[in-house]
Design a protein around this ligand. Structure first.
Ligand code: HEM
Ligand code: HEM
Length: 177
């Protein structure tokens, strides 16, 4: 435990800002893809644009967040049970990987299928790779699979935070607020 740690220590303001803004944008990406509507409809075009924007912003913010995390270390862990501390670290690592890999898979999947990433309203278009008929379905499966798997990981992570707050009544959630 570092000499700076104390039970009143909290995450820094930028770390809190990045955490919650990314939560909102990931939720928006999920919501948009769930409610986009049938192929060819205006609703599908609109919500797909929201999905691309939200996901791309997640990637940009994930980079800022990681750099900040390396600049300023998080507060000392509260969890004293070694197994639960390990699981929490594993979940946090998985969540960090997710906010990079999921948007990247979305972009690569679109490019491989022959579409550039098209960020509506600002008319930004870019491609990371060219069309690739073999990679396209694999990248799509990976994006859909990871998206579905992380409903669970995010749910468990949020549940753990709520259990800490309401059942164990410690400062785990408060220091991220
Ligand atoms: C945090 C970011 C993201 C999350 C959580 C996410 C999640 C998802 C999920 C769960 C689906 C599958 C929906 C289904 O069950 O069919 C999906 C589909 C899709 N995503 Fe993402 N996504 C993200 C970022 C992106 C980005 C950045 C792009 C591209 C710029 C993208 C492009 C797509 C496309 C084109 C589909 C539709 C696939 C199809 O049905 O043909 N996603 N996304
Ligand atoms: C898209 C959803 C989410 C993602 C990607 C995410 C990601 C993360 C990551 C990567 C950390 C580790 C922070 C670090 O060590 O730098 C973290 C910590 C934390 N998250 Fe989330 N989170 C999400 C949703 C939530 C929700 C919904 C809640 C609350 C209900 C929550 C509460 C917390 C708390 C309290 C911590 C601090 C845990 C500790 O100090 O041990 N998160 N989150």
């Amino acid at each position: 435990m570092s000499v700076h740690s104390s039970s009143s220590e909290r995450y820094s303001k930028p770390a809190i800002f990045f955490h919650w803004l990314i939560v909102v944008l990931v939720a928006l990406a999920y919501l948009a893809i769930e409610i986009r509507g049938p192929k060819g409809s205006d609703s599908r075009a609109f919500w797909s644009d929201i999905h691309f924007w939200a996901g791309t912003l997640v990637l940009g913010l994930a980079l800022c967040r990681l750099l900040w995390r390396l600049w300023q270390a998080p507060p000392a862990e509260i969890e004293s049970n070694p197994l639960l501390a390990f699981l929490a670290r594993l979940a946090h690592l998985a969540l960090y990987v997710f906010i990079f890999v999921q948007p990247l898979l979305g972009m690569l999947m679109s490019n491989a299928a022959g579409y550039p990433v098209d960020l509506a309203w600002l008319n930004i278009e870019f491609s990371l790779i060219g069309p690739d008929a073999i990679a396209a379905p694999m990248l799509k499966s990976a994006h859909v699979w990871l998206g579905n798997a992380f409903y669970w990981i995010i749910g468990l992570h949020a549940l753990a935070a709520l259990v800490h707050h309401f059942v164990l009544k410690d400062r785990t959630l408060k220091r991220m607020l």
